[in-house]
Design a protein around this ligand. Sequence first.
Ligand code: EPZ
Length: 431
Amino acid sequence: MDKLIVTGNGPLNGEVRISGAKNAVLPILMSSLLVDGKLKISNIPHLHDITTTVSLLGQLGVQFQVDERMAIEADASGVNQIRAPYELVKTMRASILVLGPLLTRFGEAEVSLPGGCAIGSRPVNLHIKGLEQMGADIKIEDGYVKAKAARLKGARINMDLVSVTGTENLMMAATLADGTTTIENAAREPEVTDLANCLNAMGAKVTGAGSDVITIEGVKKLHSAEHRAISDRIETGTYLVAGAVTRGRVKCKDTDPTILDAVLGKLREAGANIAVGEDWIELDMKGKRPKAVNIYTAPYPAFPTDMQAQFVLLNAVADGTVTVVETIFENRFMHVQELQRMGADIQLNGNTAIVTGKPSLSGAPVMATDLRASACLALAGLVADSPVTIDRIYHIDRGYDCIEEKLSQLGASIKRVASHVWAREQKKPAA
Ligand code: EPZ
């Protein structure tokens, strides 16, 4: 397995282009199953999860044209499979998003249960409960969700919990249902809104996306469409935090400042000067150490859980003692023990981390455990007094497009080393 070696190199200073949003593109790619025709999607990030999704959909019979301008054209007119196998689903939980589209277009779907991941058990009971309310007959057999419905019926669904992919799966299923569906306590994330906009371009009738009540009036068929995915707000926040922890200046281009209010507010509270334009955000610490900020994660528009690890790091090198409370996932503090190995002063108490900042951290070999934790560790290397070697970086490749190139563009000293090269270098006698 490759490793990333990150060496502190002073304040970052530069500009970086933000890629399309992974968590918008994944459900939008799955929505291609709804159309007996083509769906062209642009602003696609180069990520492992996108490759996984293309191979999963390819196995179901979707044909793809991929062009170098980060655009993908999916043609689901020849789909001839309704079974999403465990081998693929286990590598990417978001694969559960084929369930709604397959069921509503073909009347049948068999999707492997995704299973948990490092950050939590990740159940899909709310996806299943909503589809049953729409008239689906669902059995869980041999680790698969087996669903059947001649035609789904519109229903009034109240989600027990705010679920991003739960909202997305049910919204897609409702587009071809007989009648009108309302989803109450719906997720309000911008990626849900982006999916709704894409579905409407395909001829669906979705209203209320971005609020907590989404209404979908079922139609008979959807048609081919084109859609440009929104920019990645979490990638944006990650590079802004990189600027903050190194006391530097970072400008993120091709991004959207209107979907990052909670994160920009916390960066300003930490002492960052933030300037924004229509499609750019510039953070400038003017060489100052960030101030520590209390964090409480919650569904959008509150502070996003996907930025929690990055802010634990910010607080680990900031001035002050604060708490970081994780309310969405039950096990999303695995980056803490890695940061503690780097000398960070963090006490864990259930879903609360009490962080006392230090001016810098010490280098150490660390291990990435999930996507955002691995990004946090890469950023930690920027403020360590000796190199940080990060193992299991396949996690980072799932969600960050060309992270070495982008951080290097900002002045970071970061390199990817193949594990056999790294092992050989370890054996060399000390110079
Ligand atoms: C989406 O995951 C994102 N993934 C996650 O991003 C993100 O962290 C999460 O939303 C929260 O914002 C994608 O969009 C592909 P949830 P999702 O359903 O939809 C519980 C990243 O780093 N729940 O909103 O799987 C669940 O256990 C990833 O890019 C149920 O109990 O999350 C959690 O506690 C990580 N039953 C809470 O709801 C269900 O049926 C919110 O989960 C569904 C969810």
